[in-house]
Design a binder for this molecule. Sequence first.
Ligand code: PMV
Length: 333
Amino acid sequence: MKKYEVIEEILGSALTAPSRGEKGLAFAPVNIALCKYWGKRDAELNLPMTSSLSVALPDRGALTRIAFHDQSFDTVTLNDQLLAADSLFVKRLSEFLDAFRLRADWHLSVHIKMNVPVAAGLASSACSFASLVLAMKDLFSWTLSFRELSILARMGSGSAARSFWNGFVEWHAGLQANGMDSYAEHLAVEWPGLQMGILPINLGEKPLSSRQAMQQTIASCALYESWPKKAAHDLALLKQAIHSQNFHLLGGTAESNALTMHATMLSSWPPICYFSPETLIAMRKIWDLRQQGLSLYFTQDTGPDLKLLFMENDKETVQTHFPELDSIKLFES
Ligand code: PMV
């Protein structure tokens, strides 16, 4: 099992003789990709085909508390509700934990508080897995670098590799078969005034997970061939935009990247479509407003809601056009 080998390489003796604290507690923020992770070169290790780049939503994410318990299975409580043992989320979390306990028998009660909608394309799995890894670090007193934490979280959910920092984060795809060079890194650049707004369109549970949608796209989409080139190009443009604080370059590149990802899904068979009629209405409205001179762009993940990108000085205007928008300052100052 490749996953276990990676865990053993990172944790070494800490895995066989875990030093146990009373409990572990940690928070990890949501991250929204501006250049998307779309497609895996290794499904077990969640190794991506391409590098990606995200920005975090500070203070939005998952707070995870874990403790050992006497039961022979893990329990997961999400926002004060005990989840059914056969729910997809519990199975994924528990399978992830299995890889850490091949040599020691323990089970956890996991309590997650999330202040974003769960599994609605808002990267809730990313912040859950990142906060779980941080809580385990706390519980087992692991001494690990962010690079190692990022590698561990990636094996739970790919995009979780990017959920350890506020601000901009780049996840290097890496080349190695064991993924030791596939980890995320914080970009030490602030962009005061940059904002993201969550436009809630239909925040119910999504019909198809990102994992399934990726697999289906790779298996059947002829356009996917052009994705790695597009992603590499967009990543370079986004880094240029961030370093020169060029908002139009940032917004335009992020929007085009998201639309290209969705184009690969639409051209898969059977087709995958995360747009609802309201998504398209909102997109057209954004394009019209942009034609009229408003600096407003969007990105979209595997759900119908949009995330709008704009600068603080346009916030009032944007909010007038989208009163339901939940605007978030991406940087402190
Ligand atoms: O990490 P996953 O399996 O939830 O996939 C995330 C996929 C996207 O959100 C669509 C893109 C991304 O880079 O976050």
